[in-house]
Every structure is written in structure tokens, then in C-alpha cells.
Design a protein around this ligand. Structure first.
Ligand SMILES: [Zn+2]
Ligand SMILES: [Zn+2]
Length: 473
């Protein structure tokens, strides 16, 4: 049984909805929209896909708003055609998170059965305040009692685009911070921001050098919900590059060791860590990632990057990604150059494939096991990122900080700037370059924004290396 409920919507769709719902004359208004229902391990969430505008005579606005049966029938027929769920959205003329009036409850209870009956998906009810703060709930059919529908309040509604703006439901998900331990942090960006940060569910995929440092930074900063995803085991060779890991941790899973480390570093009074000893390319790891609001990608292989690229667009979970490239002189192994880059992928931003961070051909080779076949690699011209690139702690620490800074820009939006583009740091010259690339016109990923589980595209599968790694512990 999933215990967390949530909703996500893309930024431009959110603007269109608010333009319709938040009226300059101060009256309430309503609208229908379709949504795709997706399932993480612990979270069920909807991603809004299309607005169904009312036609003339579909509704009446008189202080509050009412719709006629023709509008509901029309909306259901569109949802049916798309094989998606239906959301009913309305506005209130006050700011902040909105509860439901008795009339609201009656209205949603009345339409929940016909919408579930027709589409097979629960009604998603949403209310916005006049400042764009959302509240949301699913009306889930109670299978024990016929015709009974139970209201499940969503813990959060996130709007994803240039920024990541999340409306939290205080009754379901309380802020969780320690104003004494976090005195300096709170004085930097204020209590409201800290309240939001303390409720974010953050995934870290890959707990090597960069991932372990990202985890440490976030735990100190007051993040309270972590999903750690990595199938690997700590080895002696990891000790010079991994934060919070010591000799006695050799042989343990990376997620176990890092979970223990960040429990000690955490400044939040209550830290919740989901440990996932899987690859993001395995079904279980993938579903664990869908429980998150935001993900750090600290992997450099093509297959996991392809999965994370897909996830950021289809499920509206922004992915912060980065990578380090070191060049050495092959004759005397002297360092010639080192560059690292950090960027966010998701709606409105260039995808990892168009950025040249992986290719589908290589992802396919990896998923078929060829990249872990030494004979195959030897006979080809392929150079694997993880084996090819050496790495050192200070480079990883800098990149980890850059990635966290990227996430903070997106969440806090200081002076209204939330998209700082892609950043590339050059170690030799000490300079930072900025880029703002766009996806190729024929790129697949912008076409799958918000489609979620409805897309039915399976990129995950068996991951032999992960299976062997788990068995070896
Ligand atoms: Zn209302
Ligand atoms: Zn692209």
C-alpha cells in the first residue's frame, strides 16, 4: 500500500491553469485536465498532461463556480480517448494552501464514482489559492465498501520547469528543522526556505565520490528525506574519494555506509533514509527513484544516464547531473587537463543525450551486457567512462558543490533566477563557462513530458553486474 500521494505539473501548463483559474475579478473558477497516474515504491502521483477548457455554457461563475453535466461528459470522453485520469481543479480567492469547504467535498464526492467508473483512475481534485499555492487529493475507491471513495490528501504538489516550486501540505508533511543547529543556514535564506528544504524528498543515484559528497552537503544543510540508490560494494580503492567512508566499511554496501555517515552529519531532527541496493536500471531501483521530488545523478555509465534522462521528462522529476573528464599524458601520466560540468535536465532544458552525455547506442550495448564483457571491449574502440577517467577528491568535492548549487538556484530562485544553464569548470585555467543548449528538433524527450506510467516505455531490465555485486556481499 502506497502511503504518499503527490502531483506534478510542468511550469508552462501551470501558468496556463493559473491564468484561467486566478481571476482578476476575484471570483472563483474551475476547469478539468487530464493526468497520468504513476507509481513509485511508496508514492502514487499524478502528472497533469492537458487542460480541457470549458466551452460557452459549460460552466457558470457567480462568486463561486459551477459546471454543467455537458462539461463533465466532454472531459471524460477526452480522458477515455487518452487512457488517462481526470483532474478537477478550482480556485479560491485567498492565498496559501487551501482546504475544502463542505460544498467542495460534496462536489468532488459526487463526480468521483462516474470518473472512476469511466476512466478506471481516481478523481484528482486540486485547489489553488490566488497566489498559485496548490492543494490536491485523490478520491480512491474503497474496495471493501461498494461505492465508497476515500479522500487521500497529497503531501505535495510540485511545479517543474526553470524552477522547482513545491506546495506542501502541512497536515501531512510537517516542516522538520532545528533552528539552533541550523542558525547560520536559516539566517542565509530564511525560515520559509528551510521549511521547504526540510520536506524535499531527494534521491541520489550513485554513491561514489561525487554522490557521497552530495549526500554529506545535503545532510548538513538540513535535508531530511533521502533515497540512496546504488548496488555497489565499498572497496579499498574507494577510500581516497568517498566522503564518510572508512576502512571498516570495506565489504559493506555503499548505501549502508553512506546512510550511516549522513545520519551522523544530519542537522535535521529527524532524518528518513530509504536504502535501495539496486541499479536505477532495475525495476526496483527505478520505482524507488519515483518517490523523489528531485534526483542527483552521480553515475557516468550510459544506461543509467538514459534511464534518468527519460525519468526527468516523463515523470517531472528534475535530475541534476554532472561529470568529470581528466586528461593525462599517456607516456608519463602527467595531468594535462581536467574539466567538470554540472547541469539540470527536465522540461524546458536540454536533455543529456542532446548534450552529448550519453548515446542510445552505448546505452543499448550496456543493457545487453557488452560493456561489461572485456573481450568485446578489447575488440572495439570503446573507452568506458568509469575505467577511463581517473578521479580525485578535490575535483569531486567541487563538482558536488556545483551540483548542489544548481539545485538551490532551482528551488530558492534567488532574485528570481532559477535556471543558470549548464556550467563547465576548467581546472587548468580556473575558469567557468556557461552554456544554454537546446534539444535537437527531432529529440524524443520533449515529446514525453508528463506522460509518466501511461507511456508504458520500459528502459529498465536485468542488471547482471548489480546482481553479482549484491550476491558478493
Ligand atoms: Zn472550493
Ligand atoms: Zn534532447
Amino acid at each position: 500500500m502506497r502511503r504518499d500521494f503527490s502531483v506534478a505539473l510542468e511550469e508552462t501548463l501551470n501558468t496556463e491553469l493559473l491564468n484561467h483559474l486566478v481571476r482578476s475579478d476575484g471570483q472563483e473558477d474551475l476547469i478539468f485536465a487530464t493526468y497520468s497516474l504513476s507509481k513509485g515504491t511508496n508514492r502514487m502521483f499524478g502528472t497533469l498532461t492537458e487542460i480541457i477548457y470549458p466551452d460557452e455554457g459549460d460552466r457558470e461563475v457567480h462568486g463561486n463556480a459551477e459546471f454543467y453535466p455537458s462539461y463533465l461528459r466532454h472531459a471524460i470522453s477526452i480522458a477515455l480517448k487518452k487512457k488517462e485520469g481526470l483532474a478537477f481543479l478550482h480556485s479560491h480567492p485567498f492565498p496559501g494552501w487551501q482546504g475544502m469547504s463542505p460544498t467542495d467535498i460534496t462536489a468532488e464526492k459526487r463526480i468521483a464514482p462516474s470518473i472512476y467508473g469511466a476512466t478506471g483512475f481516481p478523481l484528482l481534485g486540486m485547489t489553488t489559492g490566488n497566489d498559485g499555492t496548490w492543494s490536491a487529493r485523490f478520491w480512491v475507491k474503497n474496495h471493501k465498501k461498494k461505492r465508497r471513495y476515500t479522500r487521500k490528501w497529497c503531501s505535495s504538489v510540485r511545479v517543474v520547469g526553470n524552477g522547482l516550486k513545491i506546495s506542501f501540505n502541512d497536515n501531512v508533511l510537517k516542516p522538520n528543522f532545528d533552528s539552533e543547529k541550523q542558525l547560520r543556514t536559516i539566517s542565509a535564506w530564511g525560515k520559509d526556505t528551510q521549511e521547504d528544504l526540510s520536506r524535499l524528498k531527494i534521491g541520489i543515484v550513485g554513491l561514489g565520490s561525487v554522490g557521497s559528497i552530495v549526500a554529506e552537503i545535503l545532510a548538513r544543510t538540513g535535508i531530511s528525506y533521502f533515497v540512496l540508490i546504488d548496488f555497489d560494494t565499498i572497496e579499498k580503492k574507494n577510500l581516497d574519494r568517498t566522503a564518510g567512508v572508512f576502512e571498516k566499511d570495506i565489504g559493506k554496501s555503499k548505501v549502508d555506509a553512506i546512510a550511516k555517515a549522513i545520519k551522523k552529519s544530519a542537522t535535521s531532527p529527524k532524518i528518513t533514509i530509504k536504502k535501495s541496493e539496486y541499479s536505477i536500471c532495475e525495476e526496483k531501483g527505478f520505482r524507488n527513484a519515483l518517490d523523489c521530488d528531485l534526483i542527483f545523478s552521480c553515475v557516468d555509465r550510459p544506461w543509467p544516464r538514459q534511464v534518468l534522462n527519460f525519468l526527468s521528462y516523463a515523470y517531472l522529476i528534475p535530475v541534476i547531473d554532472g561529470g568529470i573528464k581528466i586528461r593525462t599524458n599517456s607516456s608519463n601520466s602527467k595531468l594535462i587537463g581536467a574539466d567538470w560540468r554540472s547541469h539540470i535536465i527536465g522540461p524546458g532544458r536540454v536533455c543529456l543525450e542532446c548534450m552529448g552525455q550519453y548515446s542510445s547506442e552505448m546505452a543499448k550495448l550496456e543493457s545487453e551486457g557488452f560493456l561489461d564483457d572485456p573481450e568485446y571491449i578489447e575488440g572495439s574502440s570503446i573507452k568506458l567512462p568509469s575505467e577511463f577517467h581517473e578521479n580525485v577528491f578535490p575535483f569531486s568535492a567541487h563538482l558536488a558543490a556545483m551540483e548542489v548549487l544548481h539545485s538551490l538556484s532551482m528551488i530558492i530562485s534567488p532574485s528570481g533566477i532559477s535556471n543558470i544553464g549548464e556550467k563547465i569548470y576548467h581546472f587548468v585555467t580556473g575558469t567557468i563557462d556557461s552554456e544554454r543548449k537546446e534539444c535537437a528538433s527531432n529529440c524524443f524527450f520533449p515529446s514525453i513530458i508528463s506522460k509518466g506510467d501511461a507511456l508504458n516505455l520500459v528502459l529498465v531490465g536485468r542488471h547482471k553486474k548489480a546482481e553479482i555485486s549484491r550476491k558478493g556481499r
